[in-house]
Design a protein around this ligand. Structure first.
Ligand code: NAD
Length: 408
C-alpha cells in the first residue's frame, strides 16, 4: 500500500500512529494459524467498520518458531527481532518451545531481547461467559507482571554440572552455606531499577484509567531481599514519582478513615499466597496487580480461569521501545489445523493493541461483538461444553459472527 508508514516513538515515549501503520505479526505454531486467520480478519473488519477507508493496518509477517525454522533454519532469527524493533508494535500467536534441544522458551527470549519488561494481562468478565465464580461480574483486574528477571532470568545449573559445583563450592568456602552436593541451582535476581520501572507503569496505568488501587503482590515474608525488596521499591517509586496522585493503604486508614480521596490511587501490598484467596473471595477489592515474574505467571492464569479460561485471556508485553501483543495460551498442538479452538484470546489481544494505538472505536466494536455473540450462545467447543443449549461453531465461524455483528 502506497501510503503505509512506520509507527515512531517520541522522546517522551508517546507514539506517532499514522493512518496506515505497518504492524508486524508472527502467526505462531500449532493452533496459531487458525487463530491468527480469525483474529486478523476480525481486527481488519473492526478498523473498516470504525474508520471506513481512512485507517487500515498494513500487516508485515515476520517469522519465529517452526515457520522460521523451516524458512530460515533458525527458531528466532535476528531479522525478526530487528523488524519488531523497527516497526515498534507486533502481535503474535503462540510459539512452540522445542523440548530437549537446548533452546530456551522463544517467548521468554523475545521478551528479554526486546526488553519488554511489563507483561500486561487484563482479566475482565464478559457477560454470559461460563465462570466458576458466584459473582464473576466482580472480576475486573489487570496484572502487570515483571517480565525480564526473577527466576525467569534463566540463570540455572543442572545438578552435578560444573556450574552447580562451582556455586556450591563458592557458597561453602565464602559464605559457610552448605548445600547438598547434588543440588540443582537457580538464581533469582530482582533489581531496584527493573522493579521501579514495572511498578511505575502499573501506577501510570491506574492513574490514566481512573482505577482505585495498585496492589504489590510479593512473597517478601520469606524472600526478603528479592520479593520483599520488590514491595519496598514499589512503595518508593509511588512516593518518588506519583506522590500527588497516590496514598498508601496505611495513610488511607490513618488519615482518611478508609475513604479514598478523589483522584487518588491507593498503593497496597499483599503476600502472594494470600492474594490467591483474595482474588477469589474479594475480587472487587483489586484493580491493578503489580508483581514479580513468577507470581505474575501464576496469578494471571489463575484469574483468567475465573472469566472463561485461557481461550479468553489477552495479553501484551510492553517495553519502552516496542511492544508485542499475544494470546496468553500455548500452541494446543492437539487441536492444530482443526479450525476448532477459541480465537478470543488473540482477538482480545488485538483489541488491546488497538487501544494502545488509540483506535478505541475499533476495539470497542470488537468487545461488543464478542459479548453479543457469546450471549447468542454461538461459541467454540471450549465454551459450548460449559453453556447449556449453546451451538458449537468453528474458530473461523466465530470470527464470521463477530464480523456480521460489527457490520450491523
Ligand atoms: P496450551 O495453552 O497450548 O494448551 C493447554 C490446553 O488449553 C489445550 O489442550 C486446550 O485444552 C486449552 N486451550 C489452549 N488454548 C485454547 C484456545 N484458544 N481455545 C480453546 N482451548 C484452548 O498449553 P501447553 O499444552 O502446556 O503448551 C503447548 C505448547 O505451547 C508448548 O510448546 C509450550 O511451550 C507452548 N506455550 C507457548 C506459549 C506462548 O507462545 N505464549 C504459552 C504457553 C505455552
Amino acid at each position: 500500500m502506497e501510503n503505509m508508514k512506520k509507527i515512531t516513538i517520541n522522546n517522551d515515549g508517546s507514539l506517532n500512529i499514522p493512518d496506515f501503520p505497518v504492524i508486524t505479526y508472527i502467526e505462531g505454531d500449532g493452533i496459531g494459524p487458525d487463530i491468527w486467520s480469525a483474529a486478523s480478519t476480525v481486527i481488519d473488519n473492526a478498523v473498516l467498520a470504525a474508520y471506513a477507508e481512512n485507517k487500515k493496518i498494513c500487516w508485515l509477517e515476520v517469522y519465529a518458531g517452526e515457520k522460521a525454522y523451516q524458512k530460515k533454519g533458525e527458531w528466532l532469527p535476528d531479522e525478526t527481532l530487528n523488524a519488531i524493533r523497527e516497526h515498534v508494535i507486533a502481535i503474535k500467536g503462540p510459539l512452540t518451545t522445542p523440548v530437549g534441544k537446548g533452546i530456551r522458551s522463544l517467548n521468554v527470549t523475545i521478551r528479554q531481547k526486546l526488553d519488554l519488561y511489563a507483561c500486561v494481562r487484563p482479566v475482565k468478565y464478559i457477560d454470559h461467559v461460563p465462570s466458576p465464580m458466584k459473582n464473576p461480574e466482580k472480576v475486573d483486574m489487570i496484572v502487570f507482571r515483571e517480565n525480564t528477571e526473577d527466576v525467569y532470568a534463566g540463570i540455572e545449573w543442572e545438578s552435578g554440572s560444573d556450574g552447580a559445583s562451582s556455586v556450591i563450592s563458592f557458597l561453602k568456602d565464602k559464605m559457610e552455606i552448605f548445600l547438598p552436593e547434588d543440588s540443582g541451582i537457580g538464581i533469582k535476581p530482582i533489581s531496584e531499577k527493573n522493579t521501579k520501572r514495572l511498578v511505575a507503569k502499573a501506577i501510570s496505568y491506574a492513574i490514566d484509567n481512573g482505577l482505585s488501587s495498585v496492589t504489590l503482590m510479593h512473597k517478601g515474608n520469606i524472600m526478603k531481599f528479592t520479593e520483599g525488596a520488590f514491595c519496598q521499591w514499589g512503595y518508593e517509586v509511588a512516593k518518588e514519582r506519583f506522590d500527588e496522585k497516590t496514598i498508601t493503604e496505611n495513610e488511607l486508614f490513618d488519615k482518611h478513615n478508609g475513604k479514598l480521596p478523589k483522584g487518588k490511587v491507593v498503593i497496597k501490598d499483599r503476600i502472594a499466597d494470600m492474594m490467591f484467596q483474595q482474588v477469589l473471595l474479594r475480587p472487587e477489592d483489586y484493580k491493578v496487580i503489580a508483581t514479580p515474574n513468577l507470581n505474575g505467571d501464576y496469578i494471571s492464569d489463575a484469574i483468567a480461569a475465573q472469566v472463561g479460561g485461557l481461550g479468553m485471556a489477552p495479553g501484551a508485553n510492553i517495553g519502552d521501545k516496542c511492544s508485542v501483543f499475544e494470546a496468553t495460551h500455548g500452541t494446543a498442538p492437539r487441536y492444530a489445523g482443526q479450525d476448532k479452538v477459541n480465537p478470543c484470546s488473540l482477538i482480545l489481544s488485538g483489541a488491546m493493541m488497538l487501544d494502545y494505538i488509540g483506535w478505541k472505536k475499533a476495539s470497542a466494536l470488537i468487545r461488543d461483538a464478542i459479548k453479543s455473540t457469546i450471549k447468542d450462545g454461538t461459541v467454540t467447543y471450549d465454551l459450548a461444553r460449559q453453556i447449556e443449549g449453546a451451538t458449537k461453531i468453528k474458530c473461523s465461524e466465530f470470527a464470521d459472527k463477530l464480523i456480521e455483528k460489527m457490520k450491523c
